[in-house]
Design a protein around this ligand. Structure first.
Ligand code: ADP
Ligand code: MG
Length: 485
């Protein structure tokens, strides 16, 4: 491996990705069959899905709208005159003998998606986004002797998003697919669940000598179903291609598959340069024309995108890059953050609360932001109490938060009733500080000899005996003063 990494500095990897995203429509692209994942095999298969002679497909408008939403969010140009073509090939889980696709005439053209990696920000250019139908699923491991087939998935609407060959590392590919998954979820066009196959990626990889303009011969690793596997497959392929080249071999254009058991890839077939799919417009489907107004109507409905929110939050709330990135990971969380900022001015504190205790609470209790709307004002009140030193953060986040989430109620009323309010009385604080210092004479001596780290222990003890009511900042100050005497 050391050997390879020295050699690899002479080469540049070139990667282009094709991402298939199943659209989250209720019904299929050309018929009313349900698209639910996990239904009993072959229960969502009308004669249209099965490709029986004489059946007629009808286009699902929601699917077209979803493709346009994604295209607009990626800055693509939207094609107004569209049609679907038949892509002819035989495949056991493609009952019609052809796939209906827009492969040659995509609905979304160009566009870009920005990613962040350890080397900075980069804009990844898209070639296109087009609509097509999914195939069924062949299952080879259910029976010793037979292959089984489940056609539920056949006809499910997909968008295929194709990048230009402009990525140059596994890390960039990882960041790109992560960003796409976030975007499709944000827009609600796809659930992004890779483990269920809703989002799948083919990675095209080649290498060339640094500075060379011509693209090298590519290999394509098909059907990668996790972002980690995409990264591993690309890393493996780059090394493999370099090794072949360095040992004087020739790279052949190939379709390969990833073996997750040992993080390697293996060849499935050598790919001829151009398959003859004999595309022609599907005679059963009328071409569809989009008006400027219909496209603009979809644009108007787009939610603010993560990147826009990040910019806005950085400038108006003065939040760190880390905070804004985290808060725009998930649409529900972002919406919750926005709601809180409308009723509380403590923006940084709100960010900390959401990214800390609220997130952990939701994870632990398997709960959702939508169920927190009842306690929104109480949360604002709780944050206010901590910011004005009425309650210390640790009591607020470990105890009071749970209580008000479990049963919506005013944190002030709760904290007062349970005697949790922080004491600002200097008399009380002095009592606690004195008590702690007299309980630990040895530690006091050690502290005075220079072991200043012990201050944490004293502060902790004061917190303990005050049952969280002592303000940690004030107790630190008073302890330091007393210990200096
Ligand atoms: P096909 O449909 O036959 O797979 P495309 O020309 O549509 O071929 O390209 C598919 C993907 O492969 C695109 O993302 C493109 O950027 C990428 N690609 C094409 N040539 C290369 C290459 N030499 N090296 C890396 N990626 C490539
Ligand atoms: Mg391809």
């Amino acid at each position: 491996m050391t050997h390879l990494s020295t050699l690899s500095s002479n080469y540049e990897a070139v990667i282009g990705l094709e991402i298939h995203a199943q659209l989250a429509t209720k019904s299929k692209l050309f018929c009313g069959d349900a698209t639910d994942f996990g239904a009993a095999p072959n229960t969502q298969i009308s004669p249209i899905t099965l490709g029986h002679p004489g059946t007629l497909p009808k286009t699902n408008e929601k699917a077209i709208e979803s493709a346009i939403r994604m295209g607009l969010a990626c800055g693509c140009a939207i094609e107004k005159d569209n049609y679907f073509a038949r892509k002819n090939y035989f495949y056991p889980d493609l009952p019609k003998g052809y796939q209906i696709s827009q492969h040659t005439t995509p609905i979304c053209i160009g566009g870009q998606v920005n990613i962040k990696t350890s080397t900075g920000e980069k804009s990844i250019q898209l070639n296109r986004i087009h609509l097509e139908e999914d195939a069924g699923k062949s299952i080879h491991d259910l029976s010793e002797t037979d292959s089984c087939i489940d056609l539920n998935r056949a006809g499910t609407p997909l968008i295929e998003l194709v990048t230009e060959p402009c990525l140059h590392s596994a890390e960039e590919a990882f960041a790109f697919v992560t960003e796409i998954r976030k975007l499709v979820r944000w827009l609600g066009v796809c659930d992004g669940n890779m483990e269920e196959g809703s989002l799948r990626c083919d990675a095209n990889i080649s290498i060339r000598l640094k500075g060379a303009a011509k693209l090298g011969t590519r290999v394509e690793v098909k059907n990668l179903n996790s972002i980690r596997n995409i990264k591993k497959a690309i890393e493996f392929e780059i090394d493999r291609l370099i090794q072949i080249t360095e040992s004087g071999g020739t790279i052949v254009q190939q379709t390969r598959s990833f073996d997750a058991n040992n993080d390697t890839t293996f060849s499935i077939r050598d790919k001829e340069d151009a398959n003859d799919y004999r595309y022609f417009p599907d005679p059963d489907l009328a071409p569809f024309h989009l008006t400027e107004e219909s496209i603009e109507a979809i644009r108007k409905q787009l939610p603010a995108l993560p990147n826009e929110l990040q910019k806005q939050w950085t400038s108006t709330f003065n939040l760190s890059a880390y905070d804004v990135e985290q808060l725009s990971e998930n649409k529900e969380e972002a919406a919750f953050f926005i709601q809180l900022t409308k009723i509380s001015p403590h923006y940084k504190a709100i960010a900390n609360w959401i990214l800390g205790p609220i997130r952990s609470y939701l994870n632990e209790s398997n709960n959702k932001y939508e169920n927190l709307s009842l306690v929104l004002t109480y949360l604002a009140e709780l944050i206010e109490m901590v910011e004005t030193n009425q309650l210390n953060f640790s009591v607020a986040s470990t105890k009071v938060l749970k209580e008000i989430l479990a049963q919506p109620q005013s944190p002030l009323t709760y904290a007062t009733k349970h005697n949790l309010l922080q004491s600002n009385s200097s008399y009380e604080l002095e009592q606690w500080v004195n008590e702690v210092l007299s309980k630990h004479p040895d530690k006091v001596t050690e502290y005075k000899k220079g072991k200043k780290g012990l201050i944490g222990l004293f502060v902790g003890e004061v917190k303990k005996i005050s049952q969280g009511k002592a303000d940690p900042k004030l107790s630190t100050q008073l302890l330091e003063k007393k210990l200096a005497e």
